[in-house]
Design a binder for this molecule. Structure first.
Ligand SMILES: NC(=O)c1ccc[n+]([C@@H]2O[C@H](COP(=O)([O-])OP(=O)(O)OC[C@H]3O[C@@H](n4cnc5c(N)ncnc54)[C@H](OP(=O)(O)O)[C@@H]3O)[C@@H](O)[C@H]2O)c1
Length: 340
């Protein structure tokens, strides 16, 4: 099948391109060419800024694709442009959305029919939700063949969000504390980038996926402490933890995004049964295997050279002084004790 990847050069994109090429597809990627990237031999390069309708019209003129993967669409205008330019010339359009489109839930799991987050949350989630709604409207009005994937946090080698993996490894390596909200007992869920890419390749073959949205993530949820426990056990070192109070979390998470690996105020846990039922997807990587793979990458490529300015964290520690609630997460798998 002829495939186009909108994006393709940062984190998910390269793994998706590899997966498509490995499955025998002819692949083009479309991006601005500003993010450095090397692609497998035979991958076609199209250069355009998605914000610029004229550039997009020029590069897409006369092209037809069996499947288009919209990995780079963040807000409705750029995807509205591709809907208009590709109408009638694409067999399946897979949009990469996010779990942040869902409203807060106090129950688990979150299934795909849970309501959108209409009134709260960051612009990122609202823009993704609005983009989904524009795509589903095009599906209802004109049959535009869209499927949506809603990944939870994506982990794996080359993660482009350093706070979630690389900076945690670095802090533990240096014996520095990791800041966590809510005594570390909020549940998080993450999946491996290769599982996500594999799901996206699989779903493009299934016409029953058209008009549908799918949660894609790992099979298990884990507390923040549990994540640190995996890191401590794999690195063979204690993880020092400082637990922030609610007010501090709100203040610091907003001002200093790299401080907290996960600034969640509530657990959001996915059901991935719909993807299993409709196209046979089940993840190969659970929480631990994901972190094994990322840590392998970190140790091979970053551990000796990664630098980070911790002065802001030092200032916070000085401000908290002896008042901080601290924990020590040991490699042996015991639950952490919170101490003053
Ligand atoms: N990471 C997570 O935990 C997570 C969770 C849920 C959902 N997601 C979603 O997953 C997707 C994956 O992102 P990724 O960074 O890994 O994807 P990627 O496809 O690997 O990289 C982003 C691509 O977008 C291109 N791009 C950016 N702005 C552009 C523009 N104006 N015009 C054309 N191309 C543009 C970049 O290339 P140039 O810079 O060269 O243009 C790059 O190729 C995103 O949609 C994200 O919202 C991620």
């Amino acid at each position: 099948m002829r495939a186009l990847v909108l994006g393709g050069s940062r984190f998910l994109g390269p793994r998706l391109v590899q997966g498509l090429v490995g499955n025998g597809h002819d692949v083009d990627v479309l991006n601005r060419g500003t993010t450095p990237a090397e692609f497998p031999v035979g991958v076609g390069r199209l250069y355009a800024d998605r914000q610029d309708r004229n550039q997009m019209r020029a590069v897409l003129a006369g092209r037809e694709y069996g499947v288009v993967y919209d990995v780079s669409g963040l807000a409705p205008p750029e995807t509205q442009t591709t809907i208009e330019l590709l109408a009638g010339r694409v067999g399946h359009y897979v949009y990469v959305s996010t779990s942040a489109v869902y409203e807060r839930r106090w129950t688990a799991p979150v299934t795909e029919d849970c309501p959108y987050n209409e009134v709260e949350g960051l612009a990122y989630g609202r823009n993704k939700a609005a983009t989904e709604q524009a795509l589903f409207k095009a599906y209802r009005d004109t049959g535009f063949p869209v499927s949506v994937v809603r990944p939870w946090m994506v982990f794996g080698p080359n993660n482009s969000i350093p706070s979630r993996e690389q900076l945690v490894f670095l802090r533990v390596q240096l014996g520095r504390p990791v800041f966590l909200p809510y005594n570390g007992y909020v549940h998080i869920q993450y999946g491996h980038v290769d599982d996500l890419a594999r799901a996206m390749v699989m779903m493009a073959r299934e016409s029953r996926c058209i008009g549908q949205a799918y949660n894609i993530t790992g099979p298990d949820a884990i507390t923040l402490n549990g994540y640190l426990q995996i890191v401590a056990s794999l690195m063979g070192r204690e993880a020092q933890v400082v637990y922030l109070d609610y007010g501090d979390v709100l203040e610091e998470a907003g001002n200093y995004r790299e401080l907290l690996p996960f600034p969640w105020q509530y657990s959001r846990i996915a059901s991935i049964e719909k993807a299993r039922g409709d196209f046979g997807f089940w993840p190969e990587y659970d929480s631990r295997r994901c972190t094994v793979d990322s840590l392998r990458w970190y140790l091979a490529e970053l551990a000796g050279s990664m630098e980070y300015d911790f002065s802001r964290e030092d200032a916070m520690l000085a401000r908290y002084g002896g008042g901080a609630r601290r924990g020590v997460i040991t490699p042996d798998g015991l639950m952490p004790e919170v101490v003053r």
